[in-house]
Write a protein that binds this ligand. Structure first.
Ligand SMILES: [Zn+2]
Length: 262
């Protein structure tokens, strides 16, 4: 019980940290102006439009507790960020007398940490314990695949139950399974016109540090990196880049949050 209470307190505290940060960066007004657009455009057909928020976070400028949350638990930070944005947006919509509300699956947040110290946060697959927190490393592209499409967001409805709510499903990289209706438990049907696609690309890279010290490594392994949405681009083979992101241990690829040429 003590653990659950501590986690709950942290969650409240973390939400407050994120809220204060959004206020200090003027993001609240950005959320409200996106809500205004949403209200103008949202007839029943497009009330499931996605809302994008891209945050630039300067490492040196952010409070220690918040930067610890961002770097140690980047996915947890993203989910808190989405929840805080959703609650600001829905409070604002309610204050405006709007009957629509925004589902959490409609909010797509991303962030970059500017000036993340390379020395302290370096990622390497050669480390004894692979770093799964926010990290950065320099790499050289050895091969790459063309840019592909994936489903960023899809909307589903039960055709049998008239009053069933729209179900929004976020980020699907492969062919998706229909969600079940919450009333009759039958498969829902996708509203194809509401489908939102986005781009992703992948490449295999070598860590620059390992290539430079090749003598110390009998074999040099490559690593897969993936770039989604706005940062997806044609990567040049042989070119060196600095990437920041997180390693997905289960799917064994590095999810890039930001990329720049060396
Ligand atoms: Zn149904």
């Amino acid at each position: 019980m003590a653990f659950a209470t501590a986690t709950l307190v942290n969650l409240v505290e973390n939400k407050e940290l994120v809220l204060n940060f959004l206020e200090s960066k003027g993001i609240i007004s950005e959320i409200k102006s996106k809500c205004n657009l949403y209200m103008q455009n949202s007839d029943s057909d497009n009330k499931t439009v996605p809302l994008f928020f891209a945050l630039r976070i300067e490492f040196e400028e952010v409070k220690k507790k918040l930067i610890e949350l961002i770097t140690n638990l980047p996915l947890h930070f993203l989910s808190i960020l989405n929840e805080v944005i959703q609650s600001i947006a829905n409070n604002y919509l309610r204050d405006c007398g709007c009957e629509l509300f925004i589902q959490i699956q409609q909010i797509h947040s991303s962030f970059v940490v500017i000036n993340l110290p390379q020395r302290e946060y370096t990622f390497s697959i050669y480390k004894e314990y692979i770093n799964t927190s926010l990290s950065t490393f320099s790499c050289i592209i050895s091969s790459r695949k063309p840019i592909e499409k994936y489903i960023l967001q899809s909307t589903w409805k039960c055709t049998l139950c008239f009053n069933s709510p729209l179900i929004i499903v976020q980020k699907q990289k492969t062919v998706h399974k229909a969600p079940k209706c919450q009333i009759c438990y039958k498969d829902c049907t996708e509203l194809i016109l509401n489908r939102v696609s986005s781009n992703f690309c992948s490449a295999r890279v070598f860590e620059t540090n390992i290539l430079k010290n090749r003598k110390n490594y009998p074999t040099v392994s490559s690593l897969e990196i993936r770039l989604f949405d706005d940062i997806c681009q044609d990567l040049k083979i042989g070119q060196e880049y600095i990437v920041t992101g997180i390693y997905d241990v289960f799917n064994k690829f590095y999810n890039v949050f930001s990329i720049s040429l060396v």
